[in-house]
Design a protein around this ligand. Structure first.
Ligand SMILES: *Cc1c(COP(=O)(O)O)cnc(C)c1O
Length: 397
């Protein structure tokens, strides 16, 4: 090894021993070197007993997987490059041509869009159901149903479903071999809102819990990542093999940011919960507002189920304006906000809001409200400043 170009690559560096830092080291790799042909042939990436290739995991991603599984009260975790990719990898791992997936009508929109476009093109059917009506789910389960998505609460409208009742409907259906899918139907929960903190998905009976780590675990509004957690090794391997075959790898630097975010996540969740409830309760009393949707408010759909199953709530609420307030006025309200910025996502440091056209998003039952809807996500600013911001924008209506 005489050439500098060679020595620079084959340098004798070893990580310092005795360097016990609080944060885990960031390991980055595509290639991982094997000491011998025998080691190359015998090393097993499937059960995480060794390292084979960057896509199959590094010490940093294994550490993050362990912590996310712990957070969710599950055993196995697969990391993917976004929350949406977590939904997609579950769909791809479980569904074959001829199968059907059931999705709540109030689910995260891109989950429905993936089913309507890609899954449909692959010969996989989909139906939307009313998550607040277990009888509606029961009536839509059939011999083709292989996967039932759950989401608590609904994206945008925040109705909190009866998860144990929906799971019981699926289990009862699975117990009828003549009317159920030969492999049974699995339940997968989009647990981004609960984040593993508000409730334990597995204690409520779901098979798979998916999260957009983009939201609370990151907390920084600067990372995209998703996770798929299970308690069953067979189910985990099914997801994991699909993940390997699709090449949905994550970067070591992104894993580092989520590992850092996890440290403060419970504190952020609690602080944002408190601020969100204060603002939601105050906004309810404003004359321009017909209703505020937040599961901790007694008037909000699914309040009883939220109270029974949850110890907290995320930083989201939606406001429905009085019917007399025109869409143009609501646009002016949005544009008048100074601290609440217009933008997607939530659970980062900055408060955000987005107006939604609800009637166009509902397919199972018509949207019951006449006034326009805006979803607010509360960041880490002082709640008094956020309240003053909404108050001055309401005055511009
Ligand atoms: C944001 C979000 C996702 C998708 O996460 P990305 O990382 O943005 O792809 C999925 N589900 C819910 C409920 C979300 O809020």
């Amino acid at each position: 090894m005489s050439e500098l170009s060679t020595t620079l690559i084959h340098h004798p560096y070893k990580p310092p021993t005795g360097f016990d830092a609080v944060q885990p080291a960031v390991h980055k790799a595509s290639t991982i070197i094997f000491p011998s042909v025998a080691a190359l042939r015998s090393r097993d990436w499937k059960h995480k007993t060794g390292y084979t290739y960057g896509l199959h995991g590094t010490p940093t991603t294994f550490t993050l997987e362990e912590r996310i599984a712990t957070l969710e009260g599950g055993k196995f975790c697969t990391l993917v490059p976004s929350g949406l990719a977590a939904v997609v990898v579950v769909d791809m791992a479980l569904l074959k041509s001829g199968d059907e997936v059931l999705i709540p009508d109030n689910a995260y929109g891109p989950n429905k869009a993936f089913a309507q476009a890609e899954l449909a093109a692959w010969g996989i059917g989909c139906q939307f159901y009313d998550a607040m009506d277990p009888a509606d789910l029961a009536s839509k389960l059939n011999a083709r149903t292989r996967l039932v998505w759950l989401e608590a609460p609904g994206s945008i409208t925040l109705e909190f479903p009866d998860i144990p009742a929906l799971v019981a409907v699926v289990k009862a259906h699975n117990a009828m071999p003549d009317r159920s899918h030969p492999q049974g139907s699995m339940t997968a929960l989009d647990n981004t809102w609960g984040a593993g903190l508000a409730f334990n998905a597995f204690a409520l009976g779901v098979d798979i819990s998916v999260q957009a780590l983009t939201k609370y675990p990151s907390g920084g509004a600067d990372v995209l990542m998703g996770s798929v957690v299970t308690n069953s090794e067979a189910l985990h391997l099914q997801v994991h093999f699909c993940h390997m075959r699709t090449g949905f790898g994550i970067s070591g630097n992104d894993a580092e940011l989520v590992l850092r975010g996890l440290n403060s996540m419970a504190l952020r969740y609690a602080a944002q919960d408190l601020a969100t409830r204060q603002l939601a309760t105050w906004l309810q009393g404003q004359p321009q507002i017909a209703a505020v949707l937040h599961p901790a408010l007694p008037e909000s759909p699914g309040h009883a189920e939220w109270k029974r199953d949850c110890s907290g709530a995320a930083c989201l609420f939606s406001a429905i304006f009085e019917p007399g307030i025109t869409p143009l006025q609501i646009d002016r309200f949005c544009d008048s906000l100074r601290l609440f910025k217009l933008g997607y996502s939530w659970a980062g440091p900055m408060s955000l809001c987005v107006p939604y056209d609800m009637p166009a998003l509902r397919t199972v039952r018509p949207w019951p409200h006449k006034g326009g809807l805006m979803r607010f996500s509360v960041g880490l600013e002082a709640p008094s400043d956020l309240q003053a911001d909404i108050a001055q924008a309401l005055a511009c209506l």
